[in-house]
Design a protein around this ligand. Structure first.
Ligand SMILES: Nc1nc2c(c(=O)[nH]1)N[C@@H](CN(C=O)c1ccc(C(=O)N[C@@H](CCC(=O)O)C(=O)O)cc1)CN2
Ligand SMILES: NCC(=O)N[C@@H]1O[C@H](COP(=O)([O-])[O-])[C@@H](O)[C@H]1O
Length: 215
């Protein structure tokens, strides 16, 4: 492993509560010998950017939003955007990319470039493998529970492949749904589970890369 520890790039789109969990864990026994070197958002208003800038020490941030990119570059495509994102994240020489509420589906234009550099990509998803892929997963799980279709839901960190949310699970944790739950009750339980799963899942992948515990 390179001196200075594992270098992590985190991609976000929103409030960044999962990013905050990683920020708080970096360099602690929960995530030893790891440093977030860049936070990239596809939305300039993402509060996660503020979290990164307010970290101690501050974490480098960058924004590249799809629609402004396409408007500023007539003739360019979504694949061109994805390729541009790959250049940004790879310029930070990461050992791992973490999608933490990153709400953009990557094409092979991105995945191919990252794979060339042998950088693993993981994603945090608020559902169990094979269930509620995509967006609004928490609401969909809650509604399915209300219809008697499921007894519980969960959270996972998984490897990112072209097929959305179908990459190999790295860490899976079930989340109870109680019959007296409101959506807000369940959502809070999911988020609290996410905050630990994203740290533990990141540690698992970093340990597997270096072949030994991130001591
Ligand atoms: N190629 C892959 N890309 C991404 C994966 C993946 O597994 N493979 N995971 C997602 C994260 N995600 C669910 O965990 C997810 C995020 C966003 C979407 C989606 O439909 N996005 C729309 C835009 C929606 C919006 O802007 O609100 C889109 O990309 O057009 C699906 C799943 C991250 N990327
Ligand atoms: N498909 C991915 C997905 O739906 N991710 C969801 O986005 C939120 C990001 O929150 P955050 O910006 O506070 O980390 C996460 O809580 C997760 O449920």
């Amino acid at each position: 492993m390179a001196s200075g520890g594992h270098r992590i790039v985190v991609l976000i789109s929103g409030s960044g509560t999962n990013l905050q969990a990683l920020i708080d864990a970096q360099g602690t026994p929960s995530l030893p010998n790891a440093k977030i070197v860049l936070v990239l958002s596809n939305r300039k208003a993402a509060y996660g950017l503020t979290r990164a800038q307010g970290a101690d020490p501050p974490i480098l941030t960058q924004v590249l939003a799809l629609q402004p990119y396409l408007k500023a570059n007539p003739g360019k495509t979504r694949d061109n955007y994805d390729h541009e994102v790959s250049k940004i994240v790879l310029a930070a020489s990461p050992h791992l990319l973490v999608l933490a509420g990153w709400m953009h589906v990557f094409s092979d234009a991105f995945l191919r470039e990252v794979e060339k550099e042998n950088v693993p990509i993981i994603n945090l998803h608020p559902a169990l493998p094979g269930a509620f892929d995509g967006v609004n997963s928490i609401q969909r799980a809650f509604d399915a529970f209300g219809r008697g279709e499921i007894e519980h839901s969960g959270v996972m960190v998984h490897k990112v492949i072209r097929e959305v949310d179908r990459g190999e699970p790295v860490l899976v944790r079930t989340v109870e749904i109680k019959k007296e739950d409101t959506l807000e009750d369940f959502e809070q339980r999911v988020h609290q589970t996410e905050w630990s799963v994203i740290v533990e899942g990141t540690k698992i992948v970093l340990e597997s890369r270096s072949g030994n515990p991130t001591a």
